[in-house]
Design a protein around this ligand. Sequence first.
Ligand SMILES: Nc1ncnc2c1ncn2[C@@H]1O[C@H](COP(=O)(O)OS(=O)(=O)O)[C@@H](OP(=O)(O)O)[C@H]1O
Ligand SMILES: Nc1ncnc2c1ncn2[C@@H]1O[C@H](COP(=O)(O)OP(=O)(O)O)[C@@H](O)[C@H]1O
Length: 207
Amino acid sequence: MATLSNSTNIFWQDCQIGRPERQKLLNQKGCVVWITGLSGSGKSTLACSLSRELHSRGKLSYVLDGDNLRRGLNKDLGLKAEDRTENIRRTGEVAKLFADAGLICVASLISPYRRDRDTCRAMLPDANFIEVFMNMPLELCEARDPKGLYKLARAGKIKGFTGIDDPYEPPINCEIEIKQENGNCPTPTMMAGQVVTYLENKGFLES
Ligand SMILES: Nc1ncnc2c1ncn2[C@@H]1O[C@H](COP(=O)(O)OS(=O)(=O)O)[C@@H](OP(=O)(O)O)[C@H]1O
Ligand SMILES: Nc1ncnc2c1ncn2[C@@H]1O[C@H](COP(=O)(O)OP(=O)(O)O)[C@@H](O)[C@H]1O
């Protein structure tokens, strides 16, 4: 792996057009909506539904989906703990750039370790990192199993699968929790609505 933080004699380069100007142009405030949860908990579904809802309101967002990033930027990384940490760090840095561009960046990754998520939070002013916890029971995720991965993990054909033989550390102080009500999962539109209401109340949908 490349050596990190190895640069010397490097100076920050500022431009006249900065984040405030971009935010004004877009009439919104840049931020990161970080969706974390088990495989099959609905992260990608929420990310897409949220992006669609924001688009319909004339707000610019961009989705960074773990699965998709692993085909390009993060294709050199696997699923062992140190690779997940690097996966999340890189994604956090990219999300930070998108937020600086003035976009509502929606990152959707399992991001199972609390410390890695907190590292991303620390990259941004605190209010600009909005952690969304998909608090869905393992049994539900496993019953969904859209990719058949839980089945393979239970059969011992995938080792270190989150929730089975690799840990998932739930957030302690997340901004938004999506959970079942009376045993029912909210619809994708309802889940997106919960996040949009938060963004609206915190002033992110105006400049
Ligand atoms: N061992 C193991 N554990 C968990 N998940 C696994 C594993 N192997 C492959 N997959 C598939 O990879 C997707 C996880 O990618 P992420 O980048 O979100 O993972 S992480 O944040 O780095 O932990 C994850 O995507 P989602 O199902 O969308 O969550 C899985 O489809
Ligand atoms: N709110 C929901 N209601 C019903 N089904 C859902 C909901 N959210 C996700 N699903 C379904 O659950 C499965 C896993 O969702 P997905 O978004 O791919 O999860 P993740 O990205 O966390 O792995 C998919 O088949 C999806 O259609």
